[in-house]
Structures are given as structure tokens and as C-alpha cells.
Design a protein. Structure first.
Length: 224
């Protein structure tokens, strides 16, 4: 969203809004007018979504934001060769207003990444064509994807070496038994919250010149 005053030196608010609306890359951005002359000039400013008369209150501003801003959907990639598991996860996630894409193996998941990077990947380990471990290795080799949070959902018995390896590559590992018998809604909420914390940590580390988020593994029923 863009908020713009009308009375400004150099370029007025009217001129600024006209230039925004004439640009194909910018015209869809919501624009609100915040000005001492807003009410008397609202009709002259084409393309604004709302008008606020200075001075404004916090409540007025929040009301405008609620009217004109939508919360972005979480973009989630579900990678599992079991269509039943994919269907269950998609039904729960889409019910929470997430945008969900699916892949049946690691290679197909890499193709999905070329269509757009997700905010979270839910990953099976045992899959044909390309298994989850190989997919994770490929993910780490791509600079664009190194900080995408990954949660593993698997029926695989993990060795100590595999658990140690996953500590550096994933957000969390849970058993597939939880998908079918546990509180799936609470499980997914926990994973989504940890993914958001991971994204924030990655952004902060990136600004500070660090390596970004690498994960803090939590194993849930690893032998289930």
C-alpha cells in the first residue's frame, strides 16, 4: 500500500498518483490519500482506494488498512508420493487459507520450485525417482532455496546419522502416524508458526550479513 499527501513540492500527490496508475507494474498497488485537503479534493484524485483527512487517528488508519489490505497467503509445497497424505494435508492447509502446491517426488518438487519459491516445504523421505534426502541436498545447492523452511513428515525409521544430518537441513521431523491419528490442525499450526519464525530469522541474519536460518530440529515420534 502507498499513502500519499496531496500538497507537496516538486511533484504533487495528484501527479504522483497519476504516474503510479500509468505504470503497469505499479497500478495494482492500493493508494490512500492522507492530506489536510483530502475531503475537498477526493474526487479529483483518480485511482485511490481511500481518503483520510489530516490529522488522522490510529483507529482511522487501522480501519483503512483492514478495508484495503489482505493478509498474504502462505505458499506451501507438499512433497509426498502417497496421494492420500497429499489430499489430507492439502485439505487442512487450504482450509487455513494457504496456497498449496503438490509434488509426488523430489524431482517433481524441483520443477515446482521453478514456478515460484514457497514459504514452507512439507517433505516425505521415501519416494520414487528422487527421495527426500536427495531433494534436500539439491535444495542446499541452490542459493535461492537454502533458507526455505522444510518440515519432514515420514514413516521412515531414522538412524542417528540421518537425524544428525537433518538437524542442519530441516525445521522439524514428524511421524506420518501423527497425520492420520494425531491432532493434525495443531501439528500444522505449530509447523507454520516455526516456519514464520524461521523466515524472520533468515531475513534478519541476511541483513546482518550472516548465513541465515539453518533450522533447529525437533523429532516427533521418529520410529513411528
Amino acid at each position: 500500500m502507498i499513502s500519499v499527501d496531496l500538497l507537496m513540492p516538486g511533484m504533487s500527490g495528484w501527479e504522483f498518483v497519476r504516474s503510479i496508475k500509468a505504470d503497469p507494474d505499479l497500478r495494482s498497488i492500493p493508494v490512500i490519500v492522507v492530506s489536510v485537503v483530502a475531503s475537498e479534493n477526493a474526487g479529483r484524485v483518480f485511482g485511490v482506494v481511500d481518503v483520510l483527512q489530516k490529522p488522522i487517528s490510529r483507529e482511522e488508519l487501522l480501519a483503512v488498512l483492514r478495508r484495503n489490505l489482505r493478509e498474504p497467503k502462505s505458499r506451501i509445497l507438499v512433497v509426498d508420493d502417497d496421494p492420500d497424505v497429499r489430499q489430507i494435508l492439502v485439505s487442512y492447509l487450504e482450509g487455513g487459507e494457504a496456497e498449496v502446491r503438490t509434488a509426488s517426488n523430489g524431482r517433481e518438487a524441483l520443477e515446482r520450485l521453478e514456478e515460484g519459491l514457497p514459504d514452507l516445504i512439507l517433505l516425505d523421505l521415501i519416494m520414487p525417482v528422487m527421495d527426500g534426502m536427495t531433494f534436500l541436498d539439491a535444495l542446499q545447492l541452490d542459493p535461492r532455496c537454502q533458507n526455505i523452511p522444510v518440515a519432514v513428515i515420514t514413516a521412515k525409521d531414522l538412524s542417528a546419522a540421518q537425524i544428525e544430518r537433518l538437524k542442519h537441513q530441516t525445521l522439524e521431523v514428524v511421524s506420518k502416524a501423527e497425520v492420520f491419528t494425531g491432532d493434525l490442525k495443531r501439528l500444522l499450526q505449530r509447523i507454520l508458526q516455526k516456519a514464520e519464525m524461521a523466515r524472520v530469522a533468515g531475513r534478519v541474519a541476511g541483513k546482518a550479513g550472516g548465513e541465515g536460518y539453518r533450522g533447529t530440529l525437533e523429532i516427533q515420534n521418529p520410529k513411528a
